[in-house]
Design a protein around this ligand. Structure first.
Ligand code: SF4
Ligand code: SF4
Length: 377
């Protein structure tokens, strides 16, 4: 099982798609039947020993530190890493405080997902001036100090992002090149934002054509002399399913069925965004067997009636439950999913040819699932 450990709800940035959106999201209610506890502790207030006992019951327990910004609770992270025997530790961080955590801890992370949106101007536009350079300096430092795990650039994207240009830049630039990239659309997570945004024109003229170009570029790289399968997670995840002939998939992020979150008070929820939603509390680490947590799947339209549910998996349990965007607006997001899947499908014959020639291996398409990359952006 995978668990996001919410270390703190505080953050040291005020990003446009998170803090900025929350200021404009006046509609705090999620409907009559979803009561939210807004009075949860700001940082972990359960005994780490409870987490140790909980995790010990699952030999495959993977813990991913999450926030807010988890490194604002670096001491708690160290205490957990010193006392809990997880199979793997991972972290999702904005990277600003990576220099404050001693290498003996940083180097134990199997994966670090760091929030970077692309080149400096774009990252700083979304995340605040000076963010990019500080993060990149920290990434250089942790490499120098011996970090050899997987470093994933985790982009949040919206209308200012040229996906093709920015992903390629992240893969190859003079500042800091990544070998793994994942992107997530800021779409369907907030109330009231669709009307004041320019989502549809952008997805039609920029995002969808960009994804198509990127899928071609991705397979072009497999054709090159070295034959490399780049870890571009949305493409990789879908291609993996198509090549292996998977007929169905559950929520690809794992939310609600294999990848849960642990609140600061020890209650278990399907995913970090469902923080405080009492209706979805699935037990507490003090009295729950991690291998027997109730599983929740998408059970509401439009996903339940969707012809590509077997490829998409439902995209996001939180979005499906909370319906922050109405059906018509959300259908635009679904169109991006369908187009992404089509872009990968269009390349499958070429990939199969390369597999046959031995240029790439089917194992090159494997990855650690539920590592925080949702696959469907
Ligand atoms: S494409 Fe849309 S409706 Fe279909 S499964 Fe995905 S999120 Fe649900
Ligand atoms: S995609 Fe949705 S359900 Fe999955 S982890 Fe992200 S917010 Fe949670």
């Amino acid at each position: 099982m995978f668990f996001h450990v919410i270390v703190t709800t505080e953050c040291n940035l005020q990003c446009r798609y998170c803090f900025g959106e929350s200021l404009d999201d006046f509609d705090e209610s999620f409907g009559d039947d979803i009561e939210v506890d807004y009075a949860l502790p700001g940082k972990i207030n359960y005994d780490v020993e409870l987490l140790e006992k909980f995790c010990r019951k699952d030999l495959d327990c993977v813990l991913t530190f999450y926030g807010g910004e988890p490194l604002l609770g670096a001491n708690k992270i160290k205490q957990i890493m010193d006392n809990v025997e997880a199979k793997l530790f991972m972290i999702q961080t904005n990277g600003l405080l990576l220099d404050k955590l001693e290498p003996k801890y940083v180097n134990r992370f199997h994966t670090i997902l760091v929030s970077v949106d692309g080149e400096e101007a774009l990252t700083d536009y979304y995340r605040g001036n000076g963010t990019f350079i500080k993060v990149v300096n920290n990434l250089k430092l942790i490499k120098k100090n011996g970090f050899r795990g997987e470093l994933i650039a985790r982009m949040t994207i919206m209308e200012q992002t040229d996906i093709d240009k920015q992903v390629r830049w992240l893969l190859d630039n003079d500042e800091f090149s990544f070998s793994s990239v994942h992107w997530q659309l800021n779409a369907g997570f907030w109330g009231n934002d669709y009307q004041r945004r320019n989502f549809e024109p952008w997805m039609e003229t920029s995002y969808i054509p960009g994804v198509e170009k990127l899928a071609r570029f991705w397979v072009d790289q497999m054709e090159e002399e070295k034959g490399v399968v780049l870890k571009l997670y949305p493409l990789l995840g879908i291609a993996n399913s198509l090549l292996r002939g998977e007929k169905n998939c559950f929520m690809r992020c794992g939310g609600g069925w294999i990848n849960y979150a642990i609140q600061t008070d020890g209650y278990i929820i399907p995913c970090p965004t469902m923080w405080g939603m009492k209706k979805y509390y699935l037990g507490n680490i003090s009295n729950t067997d991690p291998c027997k947590i109730k599983k929740i799947f998408v059970d509401q339209p439009p996903c339940t009636k969707c012809s590509i549910l077997n490829v998409c998996g439902g995209r996001c349990l939180y979005a499906n439950i909370t319906k922050r965007w109405n059906d018509e607006d959300y259908s635009k997001v679904c169109r991006t999913v369908a187009k992404l899947a089509d872009a990968v499908k269009a390349e499958v014959t070429r990939i199969q040819h390369l597999l046959k020639k031995g240029k790439v291996n089917i194992k090159d398409f494997d990855f650690i699932k539920y590592n925080g990359c949702e696959i469907i952006p």
